[in-house]
Design a binder for this molecule. Sequence first.
Ligand code: ZN
Length: 93
Amino acid sequence: MNSFGTPPFPQLQYCKRCCMPETNEGIKFDEKGICQSCQSMEQKMHIDWDEREKILRKFFEEAKSKTKGPYDCVVGICEIIKTEKNYSGCPIS
Ligand SMILES: [Zn+2]
């Protein structure tokens, strides 16, 4: 596996980054032996989060300008507090 040791079950494939074994349900490896979770984390490191926040703020402003009821938008439950605090929105979940 690497200089830190040998895998407990050498017959199994392990992710080269996180050591997740191929027995993990649904796991797939790319040509470099990297699992989807590690690939996803790497993609997130290259996202322009400031630009994404501008898009989100624009979305909220448009939603708030079109609303006629007491709520501005629909968000997932875990995002309610952040939405109210950071975007001055009144969400319903
Ligand atoms: Zn991995």
